[in-house]
Unconditional design. Structure first.
Length: 595
């Protein structure tokens, strides 16, 4: 992924790292030369003019020049390195985030947003994306560690063969301890994903505009903040425990390895005293030992981090590997499937049983009914009866758990999804308020009409909000929503009408309309107006309206009464009134409450 996202940066960083990584070993060797030359000179006694030494002792001259030159080079490359890193990090993070977002966008169903397990993965993915950027540092750190480590191993071995072995041996347990610590931390992080999500939820409640009013009116501030804090401390405590254990284990092993590292040092000092080593050697070897240890430590740290990132990025790959349950056959259907003349069968809901993903509780328990061509069907029933759920299935936001829905005899699952959705115009109960211009809020209903001012104007008029365009100086380009700079916030009713306009724009291609409680935010006068619009556009196509306002149901050709996830009555208003059952009862109760 890194190589694909930032090939140029990666190769440049690798190149610079070879230089900076090898630098310290060479510097050490050069200072050994300087010291050895100097100790020779010191033995020869003082000289009158220091300049003569410089000009006659070319080794000293070159070693000094080399040291300075190398320092400069290392300095320059480290600076360039920082810039390259920043660029690499941004590229990698952007690429990974882009991939994740693209993946989420390809999900045709909305199960991803409703199942806690999947939401946890998404949550962890966010963390993973944050860590991926560290990958670049670690890659280079590992490289640098190796490059400082390997030459020092060779130099140390030239001192005595057991020295590198000893140094590696005493560091090995640290690697193991470090990895164990990372693994434990990550396990905590995974188990705390839900806690993190809860923190997000309460954070959003405190920051979010939607909740601001009621939180204040009901004096819920303290509750919200303390909930957030509780979740925070819960996560923190779990982490702190693991951190403490890790710190103790790592401190212990680093003491051991530092004690071990003192042995070769003693060995060299004794060697100098006994005349086996020069003073330059002591500079070189103590440097090497320090460097080898530094290299090893860097390797361990990077190894640990690398391991950490491997764990943290797992959810990203899990998400990228996730296959949407709701799939679309690639091929389009013969055009006559979509015909909506009277000899077609329309939409048939057959023995549909449905439980939301991740739940065993069936919300729909064997639903049967039909929407014939040009027919308007009202779904009515008490709250929680399953009307909205059925509406979502009719838009194929989910597939039935059992049973099927057919469009002119073809199972929904055999229809190309985009084409199916193009045939459906929906106004949702929880319609979207896109933080964008008025034009796009409406135009996104049918993208080919996005730039057709007349078409947009027309549906706005039909939905009864044409005034919006005139009221605001920017007209269709008026930004909507408080999130946007200079954004205009609309009233609930106006937002709903904008959502209705969006769906009306689709009427050119839509054969099925689904209106879910389309008048919830409207007063009775406005409600009647919307009913009329609705009645009007429903003519000549199939329509399903979900409403517990039976005045709207009364206008439908047929009424389907749902109770506890099943159809209990079905027929026209008059038939159901004559039946004197649940519908008649509901209608009489509602009618009396309007008087
Ligand atoms: P209605 O529209 O008739 O009021 P709904 O279809 O909204 O009823 O809800 C029917 C049942 O489905 C309710 O008991 C509700 O709790 C449950 N339900 C709705 N949405 C979800 C969901 N995303 N996940 C799980 N259960 C859900």
């Amino acid at each position: 992924m890194v190589a694909k996202a930032a090939p140029r940066e990666l190769s440049q960083i690798a190149f610079f790292n070879v230089m900076t990584g090898a630098g310290p070993a060479v510097t050490l060797y050069l200072s050994k030369l300087v010291i050895d030359e100097l100790s020779l000179l010191v033995q020869q006694g003082p000289v009158a003019d220091w300049r003569s030494v410089i000009t006659t002792d070319s080794t000293l001259l070159w070693a000094l020049a080399g040291t300075v030159g190398l320092r400069l080079l290392v300095e320059i490359t480290s600076t360039v390195d920082i810039l390259l890193f920043a660029s690499l990090r941004d590229r990698v993070q952007g690429a990974v985030q882009g991939q994740v977002l693209e993946k989420i966008a390809t999900f045709n169903d909305i199960a991803l947003f409703e199942s806690p397990d999947l939401l946890n993965i998404v949550q962890l993915t966010q963390k993973g994306v944050g860590r991926v950027q560290r990958l670049s540092f670690m890659l280079s750190g590992t490289l640098k560690g190796l490059l400082t480590f390997l030459p020092s191993v060779l130099l140390a071995a030239s001192l005595d063969w057991w020295i590198p072995l000893l140094l590696i041996g005493i560091t090995a347990p640290s690697i193991w301890v470090e990895m164990r610590h990372r693994r434990r931390s990550w396990r905590v992080e995974t188990t705390q994903a839900e806690t993190s999500r809860n923190m997000d939820i309460y954070g959003r409640l405190i920051r979010g505009e939607n909740f601001a009013k009621e939180i204040r009116l009901f004096s819920l501030q303290q509750i919200m903040v303390s909930r957030w804090k509780n979740f925070y401390f819960q996560r923190f405590r779990a982490m702190a425990e693991v951190r403490k254990e890790g710190a103790i284990a790592m401190a212990f092993w680093s003491c051991i390895s530092n004690l071990g590292a003192a042995l070769p040092y003693v060995f060299v000092v004794v060697g100098v005293v006994e005349g086996r080593f020069t003073l330059g050697d002591i500079a070189l070897y103590t440097g090497i030992i320090a460097q080898m240890q530094g290299g090893l430590q860097r390797l361990i740290a990077n190894f640990g981090e690398l391991y950490d990132v491997t764990l943290a990025t797992k959810p990203i790959f899990q998400l990228l590997d996730l296959q949407p349950e709701l799939t679309s056959p690639p091929q389009k259907q013969a055009a006559d499937i979509w015909k909506s003349d009277a000899d077609q069968t329309g939409i048939e809901v057959q023995d549909v049983v449905f439980a939301y993903p991740g739940s065993d509780v069936p919300i729909l328990k064997g639903v049967n009914f039909q929407i014939r061509p040009n027919e308007m069907v009202a779904l009515v029933g008490e709250n929680g009866a399953g009307k909205t759920t059925l509406g979502k299935l009719l838009c194929r936001l989910y597939d039935p758990t059992q049973g099927s829905i057919y469009w002119n005899g073809k199972d929904y699952r055999e229809l190309e999804l985009r084409e199916l959705r193009d045939r459906i115009a929906v106004v949702m109960q929880d319609y979207a308020r896109f933080p964008t211009t008025l034009r796009e809020n409406v135009g996104w209903g049918y993208q080919p009409s996005l730039d057709e001012d007349n078409a947009i104007q027309e549906v706005l008029e039909e939905a009864g909000v044409a005034r919006l365009v005139k009221n605001y100086e920017l007209g269709l380009e008026t930004p909507l929503g408080k999130e946007l700079e200079d954004g205009v916030d609309l009233s609930g009713g106006q937002w709903q009408r904008v959502a209705i306009a969006r769906s009306l724009l689709r009427m050119g291609t839509a054969d099925l309309m689904v209106f879910d409680e389309p008048t919830a935010a409207l007063d009775p006068k406005n409600e009647q107006e919307i009913y009329d619009i609705f009645r009007n556009v429903a003519r000549g196509r199939m329509a399903v309206v979900v409403s517990h306002r039976l005045a709207l149901a009364k206008m439908a050709d047929r009424i389907v009464v749902l109770e506890h996830g099943g159809v209990i009555e079905e027929g026209s208003h008059d038939e159901l009134m004559a039946l004197d059952g649940v519908y008649a009862d509901m209608f009489t109760r509602q009618a009396s409450s309007y008087v």
